[in-house]
Design a protein around this ligand. Structure first.
Ligand code: G16
Length: 557
C-alpha cells in the first residue's frame, strides 16, 4: 500500500532525528515522566502516537501535553489526551510504552501494527493539539512532538503555554463544538458561570467574597490566573504568590509541597484565618489552607491547617447533593463520590455517615477516578492530593436543562433556583478533567452560599492524623498491589508485616504502592493520634526499606 509506505518512511525520518536514550520507559500514572534529557525520543514518538490516535478516531482532535506537573523542574513528561478531553484510553497505553522503548526498526513495526489492529483509515487526516507548562525544557521537547505528529500526517495546533486542564478543555470542546474551545472561550465559560452563581445566591448578589491568596508554585497557573483575576475583578480578589518571577517551579511551594509536608509555601505569609490555596506546577490540582493562629512550636507549620482533596469532595458533594434534592432529581439521578486509598478515613465516614452518599475507591490516577465517575449521573471524584472535579452525565444535563426551561425564573421557587444553580455548576466544573481554577471557584461559591469560612469548612469532620512518606528502592517495579492499591502482593512478606503493625494501632491503616510519576515507593499511614501514626509510618517505612530493597537512606516525606 503506497499510503502506508509513505507514512512509514516519514516516521523513519523523524525518529532518526530523536535517537532513543538508554533505560526503560513506562506510561505511568499520568504519562511518561523522568529527567528531561531522557525524553526527546519519547516525546517525538508520542507525537506519532497522538496522530495515530486521532486518525483511529476518524480525525477527531487529540491532545499532547509536555509537563511534569508536581515533579522538580529538571524533570519533564508527556501525556496524551483523548478526543473526549479525558486521559488516553488505557488500551492505548500499551502502544505508548511499546513505542517509547522500541528500537528504530521496531518503531516502524509497531506503527504498522497499530495501523492494522486499530483499522486506521489512511485517508483520514489527524488533528493534534499541543501545549506545555513553563519548564524551560518544554520548549525544546515540543519540537519533537510537533515533528512526530506531522510525520503521521496530522494537522498540529500548538496552543503554547497552558495549564493542563486548559489543554484538556480545548480538546474536548474542539470535538464537541458546543462551546468555544479557545483559551478565551475557556476563561469566559468559567467567569460567566461564576458570576451567574454569585447572582443566584439565595442570600442575594450583594455579597462580599473573601479575598484569597494563591500560591502558583512558580508555574503556568500564575500566567493564566492573572488573566482570570482581571476578568473577575472587582467581584473577587486573587492575590498571586510564587508567580515564577523569582522562585523555582515547585520548590518550597505548590500543592504537593503543602500537602505532603503540611507547611506553608515559601513566600506566602498567611495571617490568621486568611483564605489561602496552592496550585501545582500545571494547575490541575489545588490545596486550601489557613493559619489558625495557634503556636505549636513547630515554626514552619505554626497554626497550619490544610483542606485537601477529601475536603473538596465532602464540601462539593454535600453542596451539589442539596440542590439535587431540592430539584427533586434524587430519584432519577445516581450520585457517587470516588476516592482513592489515600482518602482520610474520617472523610469517608463523613460522606457515608453524615451526607449519606455512596462512596467508591479506585487506584491512584485521575484516569481511574474519572472512568468510575462516568459510570454515574453525578460523579464527584477527588484524590486527597487535590485532583478532581464533578462530572454530570448527559442524562443529568438534559434533566437539569429541562428544569431550567420549564422554570425560567429562578426566583419563582427553591426548586426552580436549584435547576439554575446545577446548570451553572456543570459549566463551572471542568467536565474534561480536574482543574485547579474551576475547583477554586466552585469552593468559593459553596462557601459563599453556606456563609462559611475555612474554619466552618474544616469543622465538618476532623482528619485522622496521617503521614505520607517516600522510600527510594533499587527497583520500585517489584512492589505490586491489589484491591485498589490497599494491599501489597509483592515483595512477599511485606503485607504481613504491615498487617501486624496496623493491628497494634487504634484506627490504624497503612499501605504502600510504587509511584507512577517519581522513582520512589509511597507509604501512607493513618491512626488515632500523632504519636501512633508516627510509630506506624516509621515502622512501615523501615519494612519497605528492608524487604523491598531500600537505597539512599530513608526519606520521611
Ligand atoms: C499525577 C496524576 C494523579 C496522581 C499523581 C501522583 O498527578 O494525575 O492522579 O495522584 O500523579 O501519582 P503517583 O502517586 O503515582 O506518583 P500530577 O499532578 O503529578 O500530574
Amino acid at each position: 500500500e503506497p499510503a502506508k509506505t509513505i507514512l512509514l518512511t516519514s516516521v523513519a525520518n523523524t525518529i532518526e532525528r530523536f535517537p532513543l536514550r538508554e533505560g526503560s520507559f513506562s506510561y505511568g500514572t499520568a504519562g511518561f515522566r523522568t529527567l528531561w534529557e531522557r525524553l526527546p525520543s519519547v516525546v517525538n514518538r508520542m507525537g506519532i502516537l497522538a496522530a495515530l490516535r486521532s486518525r483511529a478516531k476518524g480525525g477527531q482532535g487529540v491532545g499532547a501535553v509536555v509537563t511534569a506537573s508536581h515533579n522538580p523542574i529538571f524533570d519533564n513528561g508527556v501525556k496524551l489526551v483523548d478526543p473526549d478531553g479525558g486521559m488516553l484510553s488505557p488500551a492505548w497505553e500499551g502502544y505508548a510504552t511499546r513505542l517509547a522503548n522500541a528500537s528504530q526498526y521496531d518503531v516502524l513495526l509497531t506503527v504498522s501494527d497499530i495501523i492494522e489492529r486499530e483499522h486506521i483509515d489512511l485517508s483520514t487526516v489527524g488533528k493534534v493539539f499541543i501545549a506545555r507548562d513553563t519548564r524551560p525544557s518544554g520548549e525544546i521537547l515540543v519540537d519533537g512532538l510537533l515533528e512526530g505528529a506531522k510525520a503521521v500526517g496530522a494537522h498540529v495546533e500548538d496552543l503554547g503555554v497552558l495549564t493542563t486542564p486548559q489543554l484538556h478543555y480545548a480538546v474536548r470542546y474542539s470535538n464537541l463544538n458546543s462551546k468555544s474551545s479557545s483559551l478565551q472561550g475557556y476563561m469566559e465559560n468559567i467567569v460567566t458561570a461564576f458570576r451567574k452563581l454569585v447572582e443566584l445566591n439565595p442570600k442575594g448578589s450583594d455579597v462580599k467574597i473573601d479575598p484569597i491568596k494563591v500560591d502558583c508554585a512558580n508555574g503556568v497557573g500564575a500566567i493564566h490566573l492573572k488573566h482570570l483575576a482581571e476578568m473577575l475583578s472587582p467581584l473577587a480578589e486573587y492575590r498571586i504568590y510564587n508567580d515564577g518571577t523569582e522562585g523555582v517551579l515547585n520548590e518550597g511551594c505548590g500543592a504537593e509541597h503543602v500537602k505532603s509536608l503540611q507547611v506553608y509555601p515559601i513566600g506566602l505569609d498567611a495571617a490568621p484565618n486568611e483564605h489561602c490555596c496552592s496550585l501545582d506546577g500545571d494547575a490541575d490540582r489545588i490545596m486550601f489552607f489557613y493559619n489558625n493562629g495557634e503556636t505549636s512550636g513547630h515554626a514552619e507549620g505554626d497554626g497550619f491547617k490544610l483542606l485537601d482533596g477529601d475536603r473538596m469532595a465532602s464540601l462539593l458533594a454535600g453542596f451539589i447533593h442539596n440542590f439535587v434534592l431540592e430539584a427533586e432529581l434524587d430519584k432519577e439521578l445516581s450520585m457517587t463520590v470516588i476516592q482513592t486509598a489515600y482518602a482520610n478515613g474520617n472523610s469517608t465516614s463523613y460522606l457515608t455517615g453524615q451526607l449519606k452518599l455512596q462512596v467508591m475507591c479506585t487506584s491512584t490516577g485521575v484516569k481511574y477516578l474519572h472512568a468510575k465517575a462516568l459510570e454515574h449521573d453525578i460523579g464527584v471524584y477527588f484524590e486527597a492530593n487535590g485532583h478532581g472535579t464533578v462530572l454530570f452525565s448527559d442524562k443529568a444535563l438534559q434533566l437539569i436543562l429541562a428544569g431550567v426551561e420549564s422554570n425560567p425564573d429562578p426566583d419563582s421557587s427553591k426548586k426552580a433556583r436549584s435547576f439554575h444553580i446545577l446548570l451553572q455548576l456543570s459549566d463551572l466544573l471542568n467536565q474534561a478533567v480536574g482543574d485547579a481554577f474551576s475547583d477554586m471557584l466552585a469552593v468559593q461559591i459553596a462557601l459563599l452560599y453556606r456563609g462559611w469560612s475555612y474554619i466552618d469548612w474544616i469543622n465538618c469532620y476532623s482528619d485522622l492524623p496521617n503521614r505520607l512518606a517516600k522510600v527510594r528502592v533499587r527497583d520500585r517495579s517489584i512492589v505490586k498491589t491489589t484491591d485498589a492499591e490497599r494491599r501489597c502482593v509483592s515483595p512477599p512478606g511485606l503485607q504481613d508485616v504491615i498487617d501486624r503493625m496496623v493491628k497494634e494501632v487504634s484506627k490504624g491503616r497503612a499501605f504502600v504502592r510504587p509511584s507512577g510519576t517519581e522513582d520512589i515507593v509511597r507509604v501512607y499511614a493513618e491512626a488515632e493520634t500523632n504519636k501512633l501514626v508516627d510509630e506506624l509510618s516509621n515502622g512501615v517505612i523501615a519494612a519497605v526499606f528492608e524487604i523491598a530493597g531500600g537505597v539512599d537512606g530513608k526519606q520521611t516525606h
